[in-house]
Ligand binder design. Structure first.
Ligand code: IPT
Length: 987
């Protein structure tokens, strides 16, 4: 007998979305289920119709074969990860995929059916398989499923015998018609990525439970009982209980009169209700959950089925152009999150998901878009529990063939199937506040069909789809209740909000592309969002740098054995974070996959600290007349959960502290507080910081965890440093030595201070086209020529020219001996054609041994002119090696903004102190810009023994031009004359 499943060739039939698969529902069957995770027999075939051989290896489920045992000699086919963003990895048009080269994993194991499952309904659940799943039991076809990111349940009751042992085979075909609508921007893998379970129910069972819980305490639970024929058998009933409170059954419930209900009531075989007095409402700030148990009882009262839910009482609505949660206009401080792990590729454990969310909480995020497919059910449990607003996104991205597929009727079923199954699964999660139809798939009838389904089925939540919204942010007829653009210029968003035309909340589904050293202007975005009614936030692209841990030696993914082979964002020697192209892929999109706010090991990038500050629940301001004002910047809670401590940093090196008593404030309230510390008369510039920490242990952070550190300037620097040094009498006797090239000779410097206009291009500089122009101008290889060296008393004036390919920069340095060192007054004049350069400043190099930096300025985190929030001014100290941020593709890194003074020192060595005339951008690293430019991966960098020091008169903002807007004009470095002064003193 031929097997009917392969005969259908379901991998090239988009009309077939499933066969034998049970309807999706919100009854959680994980508790009490038998796990089938673990070792399975495995074969990797070259194509779905290649014969299954006799040689099996073993692999672990869940897992992707592209990351597991890739050097197993038993495998005839080797299939490694491939990264492509938009382009499909093959040329076949939808719905076709490669015929001969289509890796297909065959997973097999025995399953023992418990003897006491007699007369039970026995169900197999495959958590997720990409991209087509075929199921056989003892060679007998059981089912088919597509959608790589949702579970598929199959009724095995007729295929297995209680007490029996059976062979379960899961065949997973990598490429299919479905791949064309799973063309998301991440690695291509193949395998089973989520858990496999076996569970049993009564034949008459709870088929679905729909919970609606409003902030007024009203609870309505609709229960559907499968195979009950629209009514329960005589005597059967459903009961419900919410944390000890019994729900009442709505005996009068009548489908026909249910039009006023906001949820489609096809589920209504039994409706339970309760009203919870003094309900504790759910929000992302106050994730209050109640436990609901729904039971299906037989006539004798015994329990036939149980379904447990956690209920959050909350309302989501759009009123006018505002998205409201519990009546409050909230801000969406969101991030796009993929399923990713550097060792497993796509399989994420409970601990992984929890760690992701805990980190996001600690850094002030309150929202997640499940880019670009539904997450594991656990993700939503955690979001409910820890407090996140979720945009739940369906598994649809047809990027490469978007236009053809959006209106292709062959894919209609798939669109509705994917969206509706997501909604059916996730509808009871309070965290899910918005449904999304998918990503980057143009806009067509298939979307409208899916939107129609959602709107009828669940009117309690808005729906969004960027592809629809972009046809008109205010158009009421499109399949999007939210204006959810991606990478829209901020000025367009503000203009829309001010236009009087806005009809929908404007929440960017993607913004602030975090590729490499990026996220410039995030603070400007938030200033505009908070100042402009109609703007409510957005989702940063994205959480992860998807670098896969790879052995440099053999080029293989390391896989699960790699725990411990990385630390602090850096892979151990001999390993690296692989990005596109590193697995020998012919077609790939390079480092575009490394565009997250965390490194592949979840180490936060510096932008996270700025985000944390932008999201600060407590703000501090100083008004000249009123004094210090503390405000509660949350939507729903007071400050009781927080503690504070004052810190006063003085320019003279002192840091004074005092305990802080946070005022009792309702959301949005402000209070004046007395100055906590007497400001010393002397001491110069003074910055007051309120260090805010968590007062009691929370689910996501222990007591004492810092959540923000708002800061105010209490006293400005009285006299600029330049004025101080200018007033200082030159030390006579001529301490300045300059060679015939006009270069400063100094015992602690191995390279004299020269002019620098170049930075190792960031990903934004490269992809935004700036680096190309800089190279065209020759800024990476300026040729210095000394014009004159003139002595004037103790001072030396050096004039030099730096010639690029298209222009010449005039540079002047005046060296004047001062107490303990030398003052350098510099001037650079850039020709008009150099109208946008990376930096204008000084670069020099030091002798080895100066391994520690102390500075007064912004820190301790890396900061740049357009990404400098979250780095308070203070006295900071770090080893030189720790100043550098190990971006996957080496680029400009390690800068500190607003540096007023810094000292390099080391044990047993003379150190040096640099004092610029005003707060400047400074970096101290082990790398020249050209070292960074020459390398493709962090592990290729060879640190220099000394320090490479940049002190910039001007430094260009970072922007986000790798995907989205460049930095703002105010952060550009203009041509013309730049002047800066600094002193170099030995300790
Ligand atoms: C946008 C995608 O939605 C997202 O998946 C990712 O690719 C991001 O860009 C860039 O990293 S699409 C882009 C063409 C605007």
């Amino acid at each position: 007998m031929t097997d009917p499943l392969p005969a259908l060739r379901p991998w090239s039939a988009p009309e077939i979305t499933s066969w034998g698969r049970l309807p999706m529902n919100a009854v959680d069957r994980r508790a009490g289920a038998h796990s089938l995770d673990g070792d399975w027999r495995f074969q990797l075939l070259s194509a779905p119709d290649a014969p299954v051989g006799g040689a099996w290896s073993t692999t672990v489920v869940p897992g992707v074969w592209t990351m597991q045992d890739t050097d197993d000699p038993l495998r005839s086919t080797v299939d490694l990860p491939q990264y492509l963003n938009i382009r499909m990895p093959y040329t076949e048009f939808p719905p076709l995929s490669p015929v001969d080269d289509n890796p297909t994993g065959v997973y097999e194991r025995e399953i023992d059916i418990p003897a006491d499952w007699t007369a039970r309904r026995i169900v197999l659940q495959v958590g997720a398989a990409e991209s087509v799943l075929l199921v056989h039991v003892d060679g007998r076809p059981v089912g088919i499923s597509k959608d790589s990111h949702l579970a598929a349940d199959f009724d095995l009751s007729d295929a297995v015998r209680p007490g029996g042992r059976h062979t379960l085979r899961l065949t997973v075909v990598k490429w299919s018609d479905a791949s064309h609508i799973e063309d998301q921007d991440h690695w291509w893998h193949g395998g089973i990525t989520r858990s496999v379970l076996l569970y049993a129910t009564d034949p008459l069972h709870l088929a679905d439970v729909t919970v609606r819980a409003s902030r007024d305490g009203a609870l309505v639970v609709d229960c559907r009982v499968r195979d009950a024929g629209g009514a329960l058998p005589e005597g059967w009933y459903v009961s419900g209980e919410l944390d000890g409170l019994a729900l009442t059954q709505d005996t009068e419930f009548d489908r026909a009169n249910a039009e006023d209900e906001r949820v489609s009531v096809f589920l209504g075989e039994a409706r339970l209700r309760a009203r919870v007095p003094e309900v504790r409402a759910w929000t992302a700030e106050t994730p209050e959950l109640y436990g609901l148990t729904v039971r299906l009882h037989r006539a004798d009262g015994s329990v036939a089925d149980t379904s447990r839910h956690r209920v959050g009482f909350r309302d989501v609505e759009i009123v006018g152009r505002d998205l409201l949660v519990n009546g409050e206009r909230i801000y969406i401080r969101g991030v796009n999150r993929h399923d990713f792990h550097p060792l497993t590729g796509r399989t994420v454990s409970y601990d992984d998901m929890r760690a992701d969310l805990v980190l996001l909480k600690r850094f002030g995020f309150n929202a997640i878009r499940t880019a670009h497919y539904p997450g594991d059910p656990t993700l939503y449990d955690l979001a409910d529990e820890l407090g996140f607003y979720v945009v739940d996104e369906a598994d649809i991205e047809s990027h490469d063939h978007a236009h053809e597929i959006a209106d292709d009727p062959r894919y209609l079923n798939a669109f509705v199937d994917r969206v509706s199954r997501m909604v059916l699964r996730d509808k009871n999660h309070p965290s899910v506040i918005i449904w999304s139809l998918g990503n980057e798939s143009d806009y067509g009838a298939n979307h409208d069909a899916a939107a129609g389904w959602v709107r009828r089925h669940d009117a309690t939540r808005p729906l969004q789809y960027e592809g629809a919204a972009k046809r008109g942010w205010a158009d009421p007829d499109l399949a999007s209740d939210i204006a959810c653009p991606m990478y829209a210029p901020l000025e367009d968003c503000v203009a829309h909000a001010l236009s009087g035309e806005q009809t929908k909340p404007l929440i960017q589904c993607e913004y602030s592309h975090a590729m490499g050293n990026s996220n410039g202007t995030l603070a400007d975005h938030w200033a505009a969002i908070e100042a402009t009614p109609g703007l409510q936030g957005g989702f940063i692209w994205e959480f992860w740098d998807h670098g896969i841990l790879q052995s440099v030696n053999d080029g293989r993914p390391v896989g699960r054995g790699g725990a411990g082979l990385y630390d602090n964002g850096v892979a151990a020697p001999g390993y690296r974070w692989a990005y596109g192209g590193d697995f020998g892929e012919k077609d790939h999109d390079g480092a575009f996959i490394a565009d997250g706010v965390v490194f592949p090991d979840r180490t936060p990038k510096p932008v996270m600290y700025e985000h944390r500050e932008l999201a600060a629940p407590v703000r501090l301001e100083l008004f000249r007349h009123e004094g210090l004002v503390v405000s509660n910047h949350q939507h729903f809670r007071g400050l009781e959960w927080l503690a504070g401590a004052w810190e006063l940093a003085l320019a003279d090196g002192r840091t004074l502290t005092a305990p802080a008593e946070l005022p009792s404030l309702l959301p949005g309230e402000t209070a004046m507080v007395p100055l906590p510390l007497a400001l010393p008369e002397d001491g110069g510039e003074a910055w007051l910081t309120l260090r805010v920490t968590i007062a009691e242990d929370l689910a996501w952070a222990p007591r004492g965890t810092e959540v923000c550190a708002p800061q105010v300037l209490l006293r400005e620097a009285e006299v600029a440093v330049s004025a101080v040094s200018a007033e200082e009498p030159p030390v006579s006797g001529g301490g300045v030595e300059v060679d015939e090239e006009g270069l400063l000779v100094h015992p602690l410097l191995t390279a004299a201070p020269t002019l620098s206009l170049w930075r190792a291009p960031t990903d934004n500089d490269e992809l935004g086209g700036m680096a190309l122009r800089w190279r065209t101008w020759g800024l990476d290889s300026l040729v210095r020529k000394v014009v004159s060296v003139r002595r004037d008393g103790d001072s030396v004036t050096v004039l030099a020219q730096y010639a690029g390919t298209t222009g010449v920069v005039r540079h002047e340095q005046v060296f004047t001996p001062v107490e303990g060192g030398v003052r350098i007054d510099e001037l650079a004049e850039l020709p008009e054609e150099f109208d946008d350069v990376a930096r204008v400043g000084t670069v020099f190099e030091t002798v080895a041994g100066l391994d520690r930096v102390q500075w007064f300025g912004q820190g301790p985190w890396e900061s740049y002119p357009d990404r400098s929030g979250g780095a308070p001014v203070g006295h900071h100290a770090l080893p030189v090696d720790e100043l550098f941020t190990p971006y996957l593709r080496p680029q400009e890194s390690g800068g500190r903004h607003g540096v007023r003074r810094f000292t390099l020192s080391g044990p047993g060595t003379t150190g040096l102190t640099v004092t610029p005339d005003e707060p400047r951008q400074v970096s101290v690293t082990r790398y020249r810009a050209e070292d960074l430019t020459a390398c493709a991966h962090h592990d290729e960098l060879v640190p220099r023994a000394g320090c490479v020091v940049h002190l910039d008169a001007a430094h260009r903002g970072l922007g986000t031009a790798s995907c989205g807007p460049d930095t703002f004009p105010s952060y550009l470095v203009a041509p013309g004359v730049h002047r800066w002064s600094w002193s170099l003193r030995t300790l």
